[in-house]
Write a protein that binds this ligand. Structure first.
Ligand code: ATP
Ligand code: MG
Length: 591
């Protein structure tokens, strides 16, 4: 759930839509004029029909007939032009506004603090950006226009009916509820069932997705037979739901035909007797029947789009909520400047931090620690000790509850967020590749780097060799639909990415954990090179990585329990020497 929903608030919705429609007011005006114009033409066709019958047919004059047909053709042409303009501009506005909304929402969401996505499923946010905006698009692009047009036609049609024949109008208006209500009831039932149908189809596709993504697990456990059977149940449910819907729909059609044609028949019977009695003309009756039909159709159309308008209201509310949530991590209004050729000394002062979801149990602290500029510190400790959390705090993904982190004496909360992150590069515990080729992936944090620089970084990270051997070398696609890389290869791409950023402060979270001994030695060499002159934090589980560090910090349960060099700690610290004997490896299920 994203923020508690504000009470469905029409004013907020209106303000949002108005804000997004405002830049396109010209198009909106054109579309509205075209809409009113074509609705009026539609209504005047009834009068044309009257003329055709009374002047053209009843007078037996060919000239009159031709003249009225010409009028009719002119009206049709005007209607076509009006509809063209209305349709084009309405749809254009729908697409355009939704594009703007999508951009605004994404631009907003991508800046939110990472903690936001722990309490709000990213899948739900995705569906807001795609599904909710798509709904909004169909509403802005067509439903609103359908609703407006039919409202005009409805009122216009009723007025013209009254002007044409008062008695018949009263009869029609009284009988309308008896026709409309059963149709609406069946219609609602059909709609509910078709929503059901869609949900069942979604079940099917979730199942297919899960099975196929994990096909190796499915087959390794010989789960196919069970999977086939389960899948059969899902499709059977789709069918059963569809049959229910089809049944109601068939009844709906039959009922509608009976009621509507019956009503038209009754109307013609009453009206026809008046024509025979000479109180109204045949043309009047024809025009009247025409108005009655378009009025009925407009009611049907309005009830059709009404549900969609309501759903769009809900979608708009959800988007408003999303736009109203703000990032907890902000650049201060008057940020301090930090010299980019500053030294890069890092000082952690009495820091205490608990994750928002576990406020009672601090993941870190109280913690104080100083790392001199250009030196490196190894951070070791059992799994869950808070090592990665420290990196999250340095990158300001979260703010500590007490104390702070200071770079060259400045609290990182006082720095411009992007400037702070420009000072650093991280090689995370589980490096991420993005859709794109090797160039894009290494250049991720440094879009301006030249091919030459990228290649150089890859060489330094000992990634160049395996990249050359990929099917398309540096052009090979990585990420979701791309070449699969091994854990160690991913890590080297991530290291190259960090090298390219040329940071002041380097954060390595088990950067060599997924490498075999041979490539670890190579990457280690690369890292030693890279660490020169940079303040480096290395989270490590391997003794070989740690031994040569300037300082070693031993963490346990969020606290700094020992600090010193390898030889010292081997003697003084029981935890350290135990970890060292175990190669710092705790028996973790995943590493
Ligand atoms: N997003 C989060 N929300 C709540 N608790 C978290 C979150 N991330 C980590 N924790 C908890 O904070 C503690 C420290 O986690 P952290 O990831 O810093 O451990 P670590 O020292 O890096 O462990 P490992 O060596 O296994 O990577 C753990 O108890 C963990 O369960
Ligand atoms: Mg970790």
């Amino acid at each position: 759930m994203i923020n508690p929903l504000h009470k469905s608030n029409d004013i907020n919705r209106f303000i949002l839509l108005f804000k997004f429609l405002k830049p396109y007011y010209l198009q909106v005006i054109i579309a509205l004029i075209a809409l009113i114009f074509s609705a009026s033409i539609m209504l005047s066709i009834g009068h044309g029909l009257r003329l055709l019958i009374d002047r053209g047919l009843a007078t037996q004059s060919e000239e009159n007939l031709t003249a009225t047909i010409l009028v009719f053709l002119a009206l049709s042409l005007a209607l076509a032009v009006g509809t063209f303009i209305r349709f084009f501009f309405m749809s254009w506005i729908g697409e355009r506004v939704v594009m703007d909304i999508r951009n605004t929402v994404f631009e907003h969401v991508v800046e939110l603090h990472p903690g936001y996505f722990e309490t709000n499923l990213s899948g739900e946010i995705q569906s807001r950006i795609t599904t909710d905006t798509t709904l909004l698009q169909s509403v802005l692009g067509s439903s609103i226009s359908i609703a407006l047009r039919n409202i005009i036609i409805f009122f216009g049609g009723v007025i013209l009916m009254l002007l044409t024949n008062f008695k018949l109008t009263v009869i029609v208006l009284i009988s309308v509820p008896f026709i409309i209500i059963p149709i609406l009831i069946f219609g609602r039932r059909v709609r509910a069932l078709s929503r059901d149908s869609q949900d069942r189809v979604a079940d099917v596709s979730t199942f297919v997705g899960e099975s196929l993504q994990n096909i190796k697990t499915v087959q390794a456990f010989n789960h196919q037979t069970v999977a086939k059977k389960e899948f059969g149940t899902f499709t059977e449910q789709v069918f059963q739901t569809a049959v229910r819907r089809i049944r109601y729909r068939s009844i709906l059609i039959a009922v509608a035909i009976t009621l509507i044609l019956g009503a038209i028949g009754a109307m013609m019977w009453v009206g026809g007797r008046d024509v025979l009695a000479g109180t109204i003309s045949g043309g009047d009756l024809a025009a009247f029947v025409f108005y009655a039909i378009i009025v009925a159709m407009s009611v049907a159309a309005i009830s059709e789009v009404y549900g969609e308008l309501q759903r769009a209201g809900g979608a708009t509310d959800r988007l408003i909520d999303l736009l109203a949530s703000h990032s907890l991590i902000q650049t201060p209004s008057k940020p301090e400047t930090i010299s980019s050729d500053g030294a890069g000394q890092v000082e952690i002062r009495s820091l205490v931090f608990a994750y928002p979801s576990r406020l009672k149990h601090p993941a870190l602290g109280p913690l104080s620690l100083t790392v001199q500029a250009g030196t490196n510190i190894a951070i070791v400790g059992p799994s869950g000790a808070g090592k990665s959390t420290l990196f999250d705090l340095m990158l300001r993904f979260y703010d500590p509850q007490q104390g702070g982190i200071y770079i060259d004496g400045i609290n990182i909360k006082q720095l411009e967020l992007s400037k702070l992150r420009d000072l650093m590069a991280i090689v995370p515990q589980s490096p991420t590749l993005f859709t794109g080729n090797v160039w894009d992936n290494i250049r991720y944090g440094t879009p301006s780097a030249s091919d030459e620089q990228v290649r150089k970084a890859a060489e330094l990270a000992f990634a160049d060799e395996f990249i050359q051997q990929l099917p398309d070398g540096y052009e090979s696609h990585l990420g979701e639909a791309g070449v699969r890389l091994s854990g160690g290869q991913r890590q080297r791409i991530a290291i190259a990415r960090a090298i390219l950023r040329n940071p002041k402060i380097l954060l390595l979270d088990e950067a060599t954990s997924a490498l075999d001994a041979e490539s670890e030695r190579m990457v280690q060499k690369a890292l030693t090179q890279l660490m020169k002159g940079r303040t480096t934090f290395i989270i490590a589980h391997r003794l070989s990585t740690v031994v040569h560090s300037d300082q070693i910090a031993v963490f346990e349960k969020g606290k700094l329990v020992e600090l010193g060099e390898h030889n010292e700690l081997m003697e003084t610290s029981e935890l350290y020497s135990r970890l060292a004997r175990l190669q710092f490896k705790q028996p973790t299920p995943i590493s």
